[in-house]
Ligand binder design. Structure first.
Ligand SMILES: C[C@H](O)[C@H](O)[C@H]1CNC2=NC(N)=NC(=O)C2=N1
Length: 98
């Protein structure tokens, strides 16, 4: 999967398929509430597995059962297709716990 920075058009198209994600400068973010703290940690655990598989890692803020994910490709200095792929996988992990 490419670590080349996406163009503005590619970001707009990619985000159209990820309605729960918000562009924040050179990153995309999603905040979500799990049913409980253990459920939130299970989501984080599933996301950790995915991140290792993809060799692409999110910033994660955990506050009780509220999770905030920030995706960005450090090596590219912006958004790449890996961020969109990881966002879709995080959506799946959240859906599995909802
Ligand atoms: C060596 C390894 O491929 C890199 O350090 C990976 C690991 N995970 C990463 N995650 C993110 N979000 N950005 C990166 O540039 C990145 N680089």
């Amino acid at each position: 999967m490419s670590r080349a920075r996406l163009t503005e058009d590619e970001i707009t198209t990619g985000l159209a398929a990820l309605p729960d994600w918000t562009r924040e400068g050179d990153s995309i973010t999603r905040t979500a509430e799990a049913a409980s703290f253990p459920a939130a940690i299970r989501v984080v655990d599933a996301v950790a597995e995915t991140a290792e598989q993809l060799d692409h890692h999110p910033d994660i803020d955990i506050r009780w059962r509220t999770l905030r994910f920030v995706l960005f490709t450090h090596s590219a200095g912006g958004l790449t297709s890996l961020d969109l792929t990881l966002a879709a996988r995080i959506d799946e992990a959240l859906r599995a716990e909802s």
